[in-house]
Design a protein around this ligand. Structure first.
Ligand code: BGC
Length: 266
C-alpha cells in the first residue's frame, strides 16, 4: 500500500489543516480538498486530534501520509514554532501524527512542500537557476529551488525588514490585523520582494497561499525586477507537494534499508 502512487497530502496551517489524496505521478489531487480548523491553542495533542479527524474524513487507513508543517523540520522534528504552539518545539511530528493515524508519516516544511508541487508540475516546472516560492498567510513561508532541487528549511520570512521580522511587516495576518488597504499592504510586500531580490537574485518568484489568489488587488504595487508567477495549484500546492515529498523520501528510506541489508548479508 505505501509504495502506491496514491499518497494522502496534508497541509498544516496556523488556521486550517487541509488535505486530499494525491496521485504523485501527475500532481493531481483526486479527492476534494477537505479542511478542519486548526485548534487554538495549536498544541500537539489538540492538533493530533484534528489531524485524525481529517484522515478519517478520507477513510485513509494504512497508506503513506505526507505532511507540510509550518516550521523548520529536521528528521521529522519541529525545530521552531512561529505560528503554532511552542509545545511543538523538539517534538517529532512524524511520531505524533503517525501514532494517532496508524500510518507512515513523512514531514516537510509547508512552503517547501508548496514550492515542490509548483516546481515539479506547476509554474516552476523546467525553470533553470533559482526559484523562490513565497507563501503568504499567517506568516511568510519560503521554498528555495536551484535547478529544480529543493534547499530545505529556508526561512526567508524571518529576515529583518524595517526593524522587525519580515513576516511581521508583510504577511497577510499583518494586513488584516493592521487593517491595511491592499495598496498599503502591496507596497510593504513589494519592499519585501525587493529585499529578496537583493539577497538571492532569483530567476523566478512564485506566490502561493491565500493572498496569491487576490494578486490583482495589489499587482500595481509590485515593481520588483524579477518575474513573478502565481502558484498554479493555489492553496492546494502545500498538500500536493507534501504528498510528492513523502513519496520520494519514503522510496529513498526504503532503498537505504535495502542497501544496508544487502551489505549486511554480504
Ligand atoms: C514559519 C515557517 C512557515 C511559514 C508559513 C513561518 O512563520 O517560520 O516555517 O513555512 O510561517 O507557514
Amino acid at each position: 500500500m505505501v509504495d502506491s502512487k496514491l499518497v494522502m497530502g496534508i497541509d498544516v496551517g496556523a488556521s486550517g489543516i487541509k488535505g486530499g489524496i494525491v496521485d504523485v505521478t501527475t500532481g493531481e489531487m483526486l479527492t476534494e480538498r477537505l479542511k478542519v480548523e486548526t485548534p487554538q491553542p495549536a498544541t500537539p495533542k489538540a492538533m493530533a486530534a484534528a489531524f485524525k479527524e481529517l484522515i478519517d474524513m478520507h477513510n485513509w487507513e494504512d497508506g503513506l501520509i505526507g505532511v507540510g508543517f509550518p516550521s523548520v523540520v529536521m528528521n521529522g522534528v519541529a525545530m521552531t514554532a512561529a505560528n503554532i504552539d511552542d509545545a511543538w518545539i523538539g517534538k517529532s511530528i512524524e511520531e505524533i501524527f503517525g501514532n494517532i493515524s496508524g500510518c507512515p508519516v513523512i514531514t516537510v516544511n509547508d512552503a517547501d512542500a508548496a514550492g515542490l508541487a509548483e516546481v515539479k508540475f506547476g509554474v516552476g516546472k523546467g525553470v533553470k537557476g533559482s526559484v523562490i516560492m513565497i507563501t503568504i498567510g499567517s506568516g511568510l513561508g519560503s521554498g528555495l529551488f536551484t535547478d529544480g532541487k529543493l534547499v530545505r528549511n529556508t526561512e526567508f520570512g524571518h529576515f529583518q525588514l524595517k526593524g522587525m521580522l519580515a513576516e511581521h511587516y508583510a504577511s497577510d495576518r499583518t494586513r488584516r490585523e493592521k487593517d491595511l488597504s491592499w495598496n498599503e499592504w502591496g507596497e510593504r510586500f513589494n519592499e519585501y520582494l525587493i529585499q529578496l531580490r537583493r539577497l538571492f537574485s532569483p530567476n523566478l518568484i512564485i506566490l502561493g497561499g491565500g493572498s496569491s489568489k487576490k494578486f490583482k488587488k495589489y499587482s500595481d504595487q509590485i515593481t520588483v525586477d524579477t518575474p513573478i508567477r502565481i502558484a498554479e495549484y493555489l492553496n492546494k500546492a502545500g498538500a500536493i507537494g507534501a504528498a510528492i515529498y513523502a513519496h520520494e523520501e519514503y522510496q529513498g528510506r526504503e532503498e537505504q534499508v535495502n542497501g544496508k541489508l544487502k551489505v549486511d548479508n554480504g
